[in-house]
Design a protein around this ligand. Structure first.
Ligand code: CU
Ligand code: CU
Length: 340
């Protein structure tokens, strides 16, 4: 082989190596995967109760959520129906769950007859644009990075905000810490507390909003996940030995939530759902209107094991108006509500 020919062979070998390296690099840099969730197609289940079980967020680094706004009839207490204003067709609206660092794309479409808007407490974003009015028949799209872990409120911010929240325009957003919660959870639930202010509409025989009662802070119902007493009839199920995480958001519009589980102690509470805010050994923790917190407790054999446990706001005037439910551990039977 001539020296010239040898040099050529050597060069082509080097070029082949370079080509392989380029392929490997570009192959590693695939376009990021996007998860699309359309709550107009897959609304949150509300029968027989609002589905309180939350599932893990996907690994997709970009998550896109389509959220319709509609007006519709909802059940706010046993046999009591109300004309609600809805995100994703339910009250509360859907649960949006992402991981810290995810890019969150939002597309909201207003299919109702009046202007609405959407306000994400989890977003650091100029509110004048993203949270601005969406007219009937129009859509708004914006995106943000979920920088802060937590249990956040999302709501309509159209004036008067009191009216839009009291009619049901809110839901929970969960942002998982980038490196996880650091503790085991066998079950995870979302609980959104809110108030309804209603009066009988004699024309329809159903309940309609009572704006004076709302201004006077005199609710007809105080509820978990949109309907009074629903988890008395249909308790949250956990197994003996389960460690349970609750994402609690208080939508108000007016009252604080004093979250408590009768017969249990929270081994951890993270105010606002940020694990840097850790509290241990907590009996009751207050969540302001517009706030959230993460609660963790264990239902271990020999302590908080098999049995029935009521979860309440410990402001009992509000619990008596509907903000009370039951956690059923194992195969327990009985009436947790005899005392609460
Ligand atoms: Cu609204
Ligand atoms: Cu707000």
């Amino acid at each position: 082989m001539s020296s010239r020919r040898k040099a050529l062979t050597g060069m082509s070998a080097v070029m082949a190596l370079v080509a392989v390296a380029i392929l490997a690099l570009t192959g590693a840099r695939r376009p990021p995967s996007v998860e699309l969730v359309d709550f107009g197609v897959t609304p949150r289940a509300t029968a027989p109760v609002y589905d309180a079980v939350v599932r893990p967020a996907s690994r997709a680094p970009i998550k896109e959520f389509h959220i319709p706004i509609t007006h519709g009839r909802i059940q706010i207490a046993p046999g009591k129906f109300y004309e609600g204003w809805l995100f994703g067709g339910t009250v509360p609206g859907p649960v949006v769950r992402v991981r810290q660092g995810d890019r969150v794309r939002i597309v909201v479409t207003n299919d109702s007859p009046m202007p609405h808007s959407i306000d994400f407490h989890a977003a650091r974003i100029p509110m004048n644009d993203a949270f601005g009015p969406i007219l009937p028949g129009q859509s708004k799209a914006f995106e943000f990075t979920a920088e802060d872990p937590g249990a956040f409120m999302v709501h309509c911010g159209t004036a008067p905000v009191l009216t839009h929240i009291m009619n049901g325009m809110y839901f929970a957003m969960i942002v998982d810490p980038a490196d996880g919660w650091g503790t085991r959870a066998d079950k995870e639930f979302v609980v959104v507390q809110s108030e309804f202010y209603s009066q009988l509409d004699t024309a329809t025989g159903e309940l309609a909003m009572d704006r004076k009662a709302a201004a006077d802070r005199d609710p007809s119902y105080v509820v978990f996940n949109g309907s009074a007493f629903q988890y008395k009839q249909h308790p949250l199920d956990v197994a003996e030995g389960d460690r349970v995480r609750f994402f609690v958001v208080n939508a108000g519009p007016n009252f604080a939530s004093d979250f408590h589980i009768v017969g249990a102690i929270f081994d951890r509470v993270y105010p606002d759902g940020n694990p840097r805010n850790v509290l241990e050994g907590v009996q009751t923790w207050g969540i302001p209107a517009g706030g959230g917190a993460v609660f963790e407790t264990t239902f271990d054999k020999g302590k908080s094991g098999e049995g029935m446990y009521a979860f309440v706001t410990h402001a009992f005037a509000d619990a008596e108006k509907g903000a009370v439910g039951v956690i059923k551990v194992g195969t327990a039977a009985g009436d947790a509500m005899a005392m609460h």
